[in-house]
Design a protein around this ligand. Structure first.
Ligand code: SF4
Ligand code: SF4
Length: 351
């Protein structure tokens, strides 16, 4: 196999000292339990592909793609190895070597055909304000929620400008389709031609900051933290738990911001057994929802059970993908846990 992309990570592949600190919090390793399920095993497999000591195979591809990109290993790694970046390189080399996963191709075709991950025509709630706002596929699909989230911005003194946007391209990137990502990025820039904007979706904002270095994506939460104390709002007096999305807590270092919003709107927070930078992943990232949906759901089930065990009936989070995965499992489970976006509570408070 021509490991063209992995070769760019030769130095990183060599700095893994095989210490296994990355095992402790890896959700996939904790669920499946084999060496090849944790970051160290995946780095060894990637090294084998890079050096030519391993031939690519379905087994290796399954292991490389069974990662949620939760970054728990990055947080714990004693040698600062960028595991998700190395796995993206490995995924790209595998795809270029002919690896095909029907579920991946189906998802990417949907984006190519319709500009969103749902493969259907979604109408942007166009607004002609002053500040460009990117919604992202998941919020674009949740029309009623999105209208309320845009109202939040208006109440905070921001006039949103919403256009007929397209997917940020994240699925092409994480699933190893580098050339398709390059093509899609041009389309994204054509449909959303702004340098500085507010981004409503956690996944999009994290992906854009990493993959479009010339763009300035402000996460909606940064605006809420800054502006909410200045605007009239009420205290809700409810009790919830908060699930830290990986991209928010570990990816963008935002642990205090959501908690300060909950405090500001008078919501009591009961922490989950793991929270902040140690929070367990919901299982919805890194393409796992399409690569291995039962595994993604098992990881979400852990979060649902943890929330019920600490005695709350509402879990709030920020990432629409966490919300989808945990919410879906919660409703299939006992239906006792409600899953909401933190923005839903902000809207309640501003009503
Ligand atoms: S990113 Fe998360 S799921 Fe992937 S290897 Fe690291 S800890 Fe495990
Ligand atoms: S924690 Fe880092 S250095 Fe240690 S085995 Fe895992 S990836 Fe390698």
């Amino acid at each position: 196999m021509d490991a063209k992309e992995l070769k760019k990570w030769e130095a990183e592949l060599n700095i893994c000292i095989r210490c296994a600190y990355c095992f402790e919090g890896c959700p996939v390793y904790k669920e499946l339990g084999w060496e090849s399920d944790g970051a160290r095993g995946k780095i060894v497999l990637s090294y084998g592909l890079f050096s030519g000591e391993l031939e690519s195979s379905e087994y290796i591809a399954d292991k490389i793609f069974e990662c949620t990109y939760c970054r728990d290993c990055v947080e714990r790694c004693s040698a600062n190895v960028s595991v998700p970046d190395i796995l993206t390189a490995a995924r790209t080399d595998l795809v270029n070597d002919g690896y095909k996963n029907e579920a991946h191709l189906e998802l990417l075709d949907k984006i190519k055909d319709t500009g969103n991950i749902f493969g259907k025509e979604l109408k942007s709630p166009v607004r002609n304000g002053e500040v460009p706002v990117l919604l992202g596929c998941r919020l674009l699909e949740r029309t009623e929620d999105t209208k309320r989230y845009l109202e939040i911005l208006e109440k905070l003194g921001i006039k949103p400008k919403v256009v007929d946007e397209t997917c940020c391209g994240m699925p092409f990137g994480v699933l190893g389709y580098k050339d398709d990502l390059a093509t899609h990025k041009e389309e994204f820039r054509r449909r959303f031609p702004y340098k500085k904007f507010i981004c409503m979706c956690t996944t999009c904002v994290f992906f854009i900051r990493k993959n479009y270095p010339d763009l300035e994506a402000i996460y909606v939460i940064e605006e809420v933290v800054k502006r909410l104390p200045e605007v009239e709002h009420k205290k809700l007096g409810t009790k919830v738990t908060y699930h830290d999305p990986c991209n928010v807590a570990r990816g963008m270092d935002m642990v205090d911001e959501p908690r300060s919003i909950l405090k500001e709107i008078g919501v009591e927070l009961v922490e989950l057994p793991t929270s902040g930078k140690q929070a367990e992943c919901c299982g919805g990232g890194g393409g796992l929802l399409v690569t291995n949906n039962p595994l993604a759901e098992k990881l979400a089930e852990k979060r649902v059970n943890q929330a019920l065990e600490i005695g709350v009936d509402t879990l709030v989070t920020l990432c629409p993908t966490c919300e989808f995965n945990i919410g879906n499992v919660a409703s299939k489970n006992s239906g006792k846990l409600k899953v909401k976006n933190l923005l839903d509570l902000v809207w309640e408070s501003l009503k």
